[in-house]
Design a protein around this ligand. Sequence first.
Ligand code: GRF
Length: 187
Amino acid sequence: MINLAILASHNGSNLDAINEAIQTNKLDAKISVIISNNNDANVLKKAKELSIDSFVVNQKTASVPDEKIAEILETYQCDCVVLSGYMKKLSTQITESFKIINSHPALLPKYGGSGMYGRFVHEAVIANKESKSGVSIHFVNEHYDEGEIILQKELVLSQDETVESLERKIKELEKQAVVEALEICLK
Ligand code: GRF
């Protein structure tokens, strides 16, 4: 059994997919702790509903937030950390000490890097008239979106694709991709 941590700034959309995979015995894991930098984050409500311990860690709650995060991850003996829309860059203290994976809503190395998140990614994909986009699940290092790719899933854009429709499709694809990536890295 593997202990997982989820770090999220808002919805933590991948939490539901991971939790479902655990409940249906697809993943031999436990979500041990959820950490957010945002005390209004929806993911904290979900943590309560699922009775998962959660913490808010930011400049207001800790003098060095990443040190506090590392302390929590160690206390909960986390084997793997999943970033689900976590908007803060992690220090090397964390990236070098823990196995961390992130879900990026595009086919890296395209549309990655600073400022490329959420709708901005889909806006750029549509503005550039790309014929396909997708999801990349990758390990996290100290550079935005540059860690080793674990897997990618592609989709073909429709003729009348909008930012909203693409975002919806990618979020669905992401749910499968993150579970498959966890299956791969937890083997
Ligand atoms: C995911 O869709 C992923 O692409 C990116 O952040 C999104 C999750 O954010 N890394 P949220 O769960 O909607 O807050």
